[in-house]
Design a binder for this molecule. Structure first.
Ligand code: G6P
Length: 626
């Protein structure tokens, strides 16, 4: 997710130094380009990291205030021209985190009024919109007074404030913003809708940031903006307004985190933070894609729409957790789109001699978009004539660039090596794609409507699971003795069993294996004894009775069982040693919920042993070698 940092002060500090140090503290959020603006010296931008930006800044670069940004691309490739800050073509400069959904409509309107655009970003449209509002509002201001008054005293009556407010009232989508007006250099405006913004309150200086980490070295006093709020800051003061112009009083929060803890949002590890972000990850992946008219809008697939209609077979290639997301998708596509699917481990697929007939679609799933085996497997499919699409989180990554078309996850960077929020997002995006291709093949209105309804409820249901993690934590402690763990599930939760096992083994270095519950009798059950517990996913779905029988079989051999059931199930607690529950949803979407307690279990199990959960030994986040 992009990082924003802005500064205004009277303490004689060099704003460019303050801003660059702040960007460094935000680098953990991920980045592909960076930029800085001060009213005195203008903008400097570059692809790459903060150290590239530092090299590019001239020695005579000056400023007492300014705005800065680290970009994680969503619209437009990570190039210098697409990097923030963006100008509205005049004296307005702006940095933005989020997605402006109606940017095309606004861009068309602004182009008609003569605005010229340099980049492919939605942010530049916003900068021009503020500039346009300045032009509209300006005639009602006496020319002589412009720029001279100390604006905060004017409330929202200042030209700059009114223009930003008017622009925000026309914008749909998400934003965290910092805006600067060259003619009033000591004043900055911040706003928030969906993307976090925090104000830093210093002595004779104020800050705007995406999170407290760049503020903490200067001040521990912060104010968190809420959605639909805008703040005006000067070196001496800050004032917060709602978008309906009413002023808001907000208490100052005293931060007692270190800079590193601030990056983790107060959580002990990135992994826990990222699990807690899962409801928002799913919201971000669904945003603007499920339309009221009973269709799915996937803009990245528009260019291959007709080819998708003729797809007769799907091959999914991926590695690790992304592979298990692919296996869940196999059930989705076969049930709801009637298309045969095979899911292939990318490192195998690339070296076999795959048969690719015409009408074959290869889907590459990859959080990073750089996993070498997945990339090569996709290339192999392409060489043999398949249509290729990517489901990728990292904009502009190699897989995203080389596939014929694709869908971005939009969940922001995942820092922890073990993938969590990207997995649930992959499931949400794959569900959208199955619905879309199902619709092309005659999926009924009622079926579509029921999946859409349930999909939209997933974030809330995830929040319910995440609101009470105590039971999972207690179980992780109770079973801390285990050196082995079996995970079983069926149908949609067969791959989830494997995902639960991989999480436990990669984080806590114990033996854990996934198994289709029906396959258990063909080998794994031989291992079961008092010391060998099983995690059984036994939701109230089409295979519930079968799962209950499998649990009984394990219990008959003295194996301890933790069952994961559906809220309201009174049987599981009786047949298993322990039970956890998740809310009811459609079978097809149940992995989005069932995986959450499994991720938490692995997290608490390993964290209690003091392991480096975010960076397990021998593993890497992005595997760009074979
Ligand atoms: C590594 C990571 C896993 C991830 C896999 C695939 O092994 O540790 O968490 O699932 O790579 O990564 P990708 O970026 O292609 O999704």
């Amino acid at each position: 997710m992009c990082g924003i940092f802005a500064y205004t002060g009277t303490k004689g500090k060099d704003a460019s130094k303050v801003l660059l140090d702040g960007l460094l503290a935000l680098e953990y959020r991920g980045y592909d380009s960076a930029g800085i603006y001060t009213p005195e010296s203008g903008a400097v931008k570059t692809p790459g990291a903060v150290r590239e930006l530092r090299k590019k800044i001239p020695a005579d670069f000056k400023g007492k205030s300014g705005i800065a940004h680290l970009r994680w691309a969503t619209h437009g490739e990570p190039t210098e021209v697409n990097a923030h800050p963006h100008s509205g073509g005049g004296d307005i400069w702006l940095v933005h985190n989020g997605i402006i959904e109606n940017f095309q409509e606004l861009k068309d309107m602004l182009m008609e009024k003569g605005h010229e655009f340099k980049s492919g970003t939605d942010t530049e449209v916003l900068a021009h919109l503020v500039e346009e509002k300045m032009n509209e509002v300006r005639p009602s201001f006496a020319k002589a007074s412009e720029g001279k008054k100390s604006s905060v005293d004017q409330g929202l009556d200042g030209l700059f404030e009114r223009a930003v407010l008017a622009a925000l009232q026309e914008v749909h989508g998400t934003y965290g913003l910092a805006v600067q007006y060259k003619k009033e250099p000591s004043k900055l405006i911040a706003a928030r809708m969906g993307s976090p913004i925090v104000l830093g309150i210093g002595d004779g200086e104020h800050f705007i940031a995406s999170d407290p980490s760049p503020i903490v070295p200067h001040s521990k006093k912060v104010v968190f903006l809420e959605d639909g709020e805008m703040a005006v800051i000067t070196p001496e003061m800050h004032t917060i307004y709602k978008l309906d112009s009413t002023q808001v009083g907000r208490e100052i929060t005293e931060i007692d985190w270190s800079a590193e803890e601030a990056q983790k949002g107060g959580y002990e590890h990135f992994m826990l933070k990222e699990i807690m972000e899962e409801p928002d990850a799913v919201r971000n992946s669904l945003r603007g894609r499920l339309l009221e008219d009973g269709s799915v809008r996937l803009k990245g697939l528009e260019s291959v729409e007709d080819k998708l209609k003729n797809v007769k077979r799907i091959i999914i290639v991926a590695c690790g957790t992304a592979f298990y997301a692919g296996q869940v998708a196999e059930y989705m596509f076969e049930e709801y789109a009637g298309i045969p699917v095979s899911v292939e481990i990318a490192s195998e697929f690339r070296y076999k001699k795959p048969v690719i007939e015409s009408g074959t679609l290869v889907i590459a799933i990859s959080q990073s978009g750089e996993t070498l085996d997945t990339l090569e497997a996709m290339r192999e499919g392409k060489r043999r004539g398949a249509l290729t699409i990517g489901i990728v989180n990292t904009v502009g990554s190699t897989i995203a660039r080389e596939t014929d078309a694709g869908i971005y996850n939009h969940v922001g960077p995942e820092i922890s090596v073990a993938s969590t929020k990207a997995f649930v997002s992959q499931l949400a995006v794959l569900a959208l794609l199955a619905m879309h291709m199902g619709r092309q093949r005659g999926m009924k209105d009622e079926t579509f409507a029921s999946i859409a309804k349930e999909l939209k409820l997933i974030p809330e249901k995830m929040e319910k699971i995440l609101a009470s993690t105590g039971a999972v934590k207690a179980l992780a402690k109770k079973y801390a003795y285990a050196r082995d763990f079996l995970y079983i599930g069926r149908t949609y939760n067969f791959p989830v069993a494997y995902e639960g096992a991989i999480k436990l083994k990669e984080l806590s270095y114990i033996h854990a294996e996934g198994c289709g519950a029906g396959e258990m009798k063909h080998g794994p059950i031989a291992m079961i004894d008092r010391q060998f517990p099983t995690f059984a996913i036994a939701l109230k779905d089409s295979v519930y009775e079968k799962m209950c029988s499998n649990i009984q079989e394990i219990r008959a051999r003295k194996g301890p069982v933790i069952a994961l059931g559906t809220d309201g199930d009174s049987l599981l607690a009786k047949i298993a040693d322990d039970a956890l529950y998740v809310p009811k949803t459609l079978d097809m979407l149940s992995p989005l919920l069932s995986v959450v307690p499994l991720q938490l279990f692995a997290y608490y199990f390993a964290a209690a042993k003091g392991y480096n959960v975010d960076r397990p030994r021998n593993l890497a986040k992005s595997v760009t070698v074979e």
